[in-house]
Design a binder for this molecule. Structure first.
Ligand SMILES: NC(=O)c1ccc[n+]([C@@H]2O[C@H](COP(=O)([O-])OP(=O)(O)OC[C@H]3O[C@@H](n4cnc5c(N)ncnc54)[C@H](OP(=O)(O)O)[C@@H]3O)[C@@H](O)[C@H]2O)c1
Length: 342
């Protein structure tokens, strides 16, 4: 069986989860190459061996089969073309290439065949979009979703390791009744909710909100779906939660039937028993694989409407796990080499 030489670019919140997820994956890995821009030589344990972090430089991707990028948009724009040139297939977690029509944007449970079309680069979608499309694709296939209204409750780890430190420091300062300092977010995040993720655009929405609109259409492959999002950062370390409302073209069956459909859908776990206070919770879903759905109920205000609550670990299904699943898909289907077209 072929073994793959895998590079992980960026050893931050997502990069470290990439290594942990690869460790558990069945992907045959001959060698791991952890790439950084500083702290060269830091030991990284992987499958019983210790690898040292290496600074990214020209030629470093020679011999690499798959490069998992999680070093931010700027680094991806600078380094992904070099990695491809040197022979690696790049799976990129940043926003740099997601909306390029030539580049597949892949969630393996939703649009696995798009991965086959890659020309050296596959983009990993935004974390809030991934968990939403995994939960909604089975319903779209059956009842055709016309419109999605979503409010997110997003964890600070979505902003990277510096944001986790900022939340912890603010909580300690609050308890000690000391001054609360902020640098990552424009306001205090501890004991607060910020309706502000990424930059604001001319239409009044944040970039994160518009990513949910554009990326959902591209992944599901239906430009007619309308997505209206409000993205909110909350003081939770891991797991994004989402209140999702959908309106479908065709009538939907009973809530019990919808629960069955979702329970059988790939990557979805239904936790929905309100009589026993059971619904997905960020605190329970962290470090878990998959997407968790609950509070499923009809929207009584319109004919074909449904509400649900969707939770997933943003560092796993929202980032590292989805990227490793793409790598597994490429290996399983023998799609690691580029599609040269016909
Ligand atoms: N966090 C999430 O839930 C999530 C979900 C989906 C996608 N993403 C995307 O994934 C990327 C990484 O996010 P993150 O949360 O892991 O951020 P992070 O915790 O800030 O980590 C980014 C890491 O990349 C390193 N880096 C920056 N430029 C580099 C370069 N040129 N070469 C090598 N390493 C470099 C940084 O090094 P320093 O330590 O020197 O700064 C840092 O360690 C971002 O594009 C983000 O948008 C994140």
């Amino acid at each position: 069986m072929k073994e793959y030489r895998i590079a992980v670019v960026g050893m931050g919140a997502v990069g470290r989860e990439m290594v942990a997820t690869l460790e558990k994956s069945s992907l045959p890995v001959s060698e791991l190459l952890p790439l950084v821009r500083r702290n060269e030589g830091e030991p990284i344990s992987f499958r019983g061996r210790t690898y040292k972090t290496v600074k990214v430089n020209k030629g470093v991707f020679k011999g690499v089969d798959i490069a998992l990028f999680s070093a931010g948009e700027q680094a991806s724009k600078e380094l992904a073309p070099m990695a491809i040139e040197e022979g690696a297939v790049v799976i990129d977690n940043s926003n740099a290439f997601r909306m390029d029509p030539e580049i597949p944007l892949v969630v393996p449970e939703v649009n696995p065949l798009d991965a086959k079309k890659h020309k050296g680069l596959i983009a990993n979608p935004n974390c809030s979009t991934i968990q939403m499309v995994v939960a909604l694709k089975p319903l779209h296939d059956l009842y055709k979703i016309k419109r999605i209204v979503v409010s997110t409750y997003q964890a600070v780890s979505g902003t990277g390791y510096k944001a986790i430190d900022e939340l912890n420091e603010q909580v300690s300062a609050y308890i000690a009744q000391e001054e609360i300092k902020n640098s990552v977010y424009p306001h205090q995040i501890a004991f607060n909710a910020l309706p502000h993720i990424d930059v604001f655009l001319d239409n009044g929405y944040s970039k994160e909100e518009m990513k949910m609109h554009h990326e959902t259409r591209k992944i599901i492959g239906d430009e007619s779906i309308q997505v209206s999002a409000t993205a909110v950062r909350i003081p939770v370390v891991r797991c994004h939660s989402e209140a999702v409302n959908i309106e479908t073209e065709k009538p939907m069956p009973s809530v019990e039937e919808i629960k069955k459909i979702l329970a059988e859908a790939p990557g979805v776990t239904v936790i929905d028993d309100v009589a026993n206070d059971a619904y997905p919770l960020a605190a329970d879903c962290q470090y878990k694989y998959g997407v968790f759905v609950g509070r499923i109920r009809k929207d009584y205000s319109i004919p074909n409407g449904l509400n649900m609550w969707v939770v997933a670990d943003n560092l796993l299904k929202g980032a590292a796990l989805n990227a490793v699943q793409i790598a597994e898909l490429l290996a399983e289907k023998n799609w690691v080499s580029k599609d040269t077209g016909c």
